[in-house]
Design a protein around this ligand. Structure first.
Ligand code: GUN
Length: 294
């Protein structure tokens, strides 16, 4: 069999950043520096790392970002009051509330408080509704990044069977919608598997393209997949080991086990992860362009 194609999100993201530069320059020269407000509640270590790398990227691209950190004891009304302020603060074209939120906060109440025109995560029901109806405004960053990887490597989904593992509002649900839309590079037959699915391998073995987004380290093995399948691994799981750092990052797919059997696969790290940030930058620029033109 031909050698496995490694779908490097790092390469695709560099390409995205290059192509965004003229749009950034033109916004800045018209007096608008695209700005992102990040709301981080609590002390989740993975969230802290993600938020830091988002801020670093914005800095590198000469974009503006500010992180608002709230304690995990914060009351819902204080979070809502901050979001209200950000909704009308002209320095910010995008607002991102880092997930997961502490249990005492209601995700929906907080997401619905964000101005849908600044919802660069695409989590607001208005934006999810538009996506479902086939005329999206903001597309959630990770699913959008996955579509961009497939597009870049010319993996056409039309007529193919896509199997998605996971039904989260952040990845599984929106990618299942995107892959099945009637548009170029989509048009797939999509199946979603989740914790209520009785025989997951039965479905995954039929996948031409398998998208694993369940947050279970190395869950997908050779036994789950069909020869020649394309694998998109969304998982970034920390597993403890004997290394100096004390842990390593692994995906939802057991890379070594499937590598010889698949035709293409995203690595972890360096696959989907870099695309999430690239699409956040793109969505923020899109938000700024839209807000400036009205
Ligand atoms: N947590 C994990 N992924 C994401 C994301 O794309 N956006 C937000 N806001 N939180 C996340």
């Amino acid at each position: 069999m031909a050698e496995t194609l490694i779908l490097s999100g790092k390469t695709v993201s560099q390409n995205v950043y290059k192509s965004l530069q003229t749009r950034i320059d033109s916004l800045i020269s018209s007096g608008c520096t695209p700005g992102l407000a990040v709301v981080l509640v609590g002390d989740n270590s993975a969230s802290r790392i993600y938020v830091k790398s988002k801020a670093k990227r914005f800095d590198k691209m000469s974009l503006f970002s500010e992180t608002f950190t709230l304690p995990d004891t914060v009351q819902e009304k204080e979070v809502l009051s901050l979001i209200n302020d950000l909704n009308t603060d002209n320095r910010f074209h995008g607002i991102l509330v880092q997930m997961p939120l502490p249990n005492h906060l209601n995700d929906s109440t907080i997401i619905e408080a964000v101005n849908p025109l600044k919802d660069v995560d695409g989590f607001h029901p208005e934006n999810l509704g538009r996506l479902t109806a086939g005329h999206p405004r903001f597309v959630p960053c990770t699913p959008k990044g996955i579509m961009r990887i497939l597009d870049y490597f010319k993996i056409d989904l039309s007529g193919k069977h896509v199997v998605v593992l996971g039904r989260s509002n952040i990845v599984g649900r929106p990618i299942s919608i995107l892959t099945s839309l009637k548009q170029s590079y989509s048009n797939a037959t999509t199946t979603i598997c989740h914790s209520g699915t009785t025989d997951i391998p039965y479905y995954t073995q039929q996948a031409d393209i398998l998208i694993a987004a369940i947050g279970a380290p190395e869950f997908v093995t050779s036994a789950h997949i069909k020869e020649g399948a394309v694998i998109i691994d969304v998982g970034i799981n920390r597993v403890e080991d004997e290394s100096e750092k004390g842990y390593s990052l692994v995906g939802d797919v057991h890379f070594e086990s499937v590598n010889d059997k698949v035709s293409a696969i995203t690595p972890v790290p360096g696959g989907v992860g870099p695309m999430t940030i690239a699409m956040l930058v793109e969505n923020t620029i899109e938000a700024a362009e839209r807000l400036v033109s009205v």
